[in-house]
Each structure stands twice: as C-alpha cells, then as structure tokens.
Ligand binder design. Structure first.
Ligand SMILES: [Zn+2]
Length: 117
C-alpha cells in the first residue's frame, strides 16, 4: 500500500468494497458496461449516481491507478483508484482536477487541500 492511501480510513475502503456489486449493477442497468468483467479487480467502479461529474474527466467506468509526474520535483508518483474515488465522490472535487504534486511535495506545500488544481 502506498503512502497516499494512508489518508483513507480502513472503514471507508471497506464500504467501497461492499458497494462494488451495487455499482456494477447500476453500470450494467445504464448500459455503461456490457459485462461486469469490464471492471478490473483492482479498479473501483464509479457510482453513476454521484460520480457523473467524474466521468467527464476520467473517460472510463471505473477508477484506476494513474501515474503522473510531479510538477515541482519532477518525480513520478501515482494517484490511486481509492484516492480518486474519495476525491471525486466524497470531497466533490472539480471533475477537471488533476494531480500535480507528488505525495512528498503535497505534504510540504499543504494548504488545506489545494494541492490538486
Ligand atoms: Zn514532488
């Protein structure tokens, strides 16, 4: 488990896992996927009821780990599926938000959640 995931409580991750069948069912009902196997095991299916905004920026039906390069120190980091789900669905972040800073730079420059722009 990567550092960024430490911010996510075990309870919340548990709820995400428990919610997986419901989310896949909704995606099937809405015709967003044809088969449950389209959601990889390590991905988190989106919740069409709350993450329609997220689908604008992540052209997919599930959250998957994304690798990016920190704009500050230039090191590669990754944005976990769990963090994305939390960010878009729980924090209601702008669907156009993208990670810019790596974990270490975010910690150093932390300004009340403004690390993602
Ligand atoms: Zn950095």
């Amino acid at each position: 488990m990567k550092k960024a995931d430490h911010q996510l409580s075990k309870l919340r991750l548990r709820k995400v896992l428990d919610d997986r069948p419901r989310r896949i069912r909704m995606l099937l009902e809405r015709g967003l996927i044809q088969n449950a196997s389209e959601i990889p095991d390590d991905a988190i299916p989106i919740d069409p009821e709350v993450s329609t905004q997220a689908t604008l920026c992540i052209p997919a039906v599930c959250y998957q780990d994304i690798t990016f390069v920190c704009t500050d120190c230039g090191r590669p980091d990754f944005w976990s599926a769990g963090s994305q789900q939390h960010y878009f669905e729980f924090s209601k972040a702008s669907p156009y938000s993208r990670p810019k800073l790596c974990y270490d730079c975010r910690q150093r420059n932390w300004q009340g959640g403004q690390a993602l722009k």
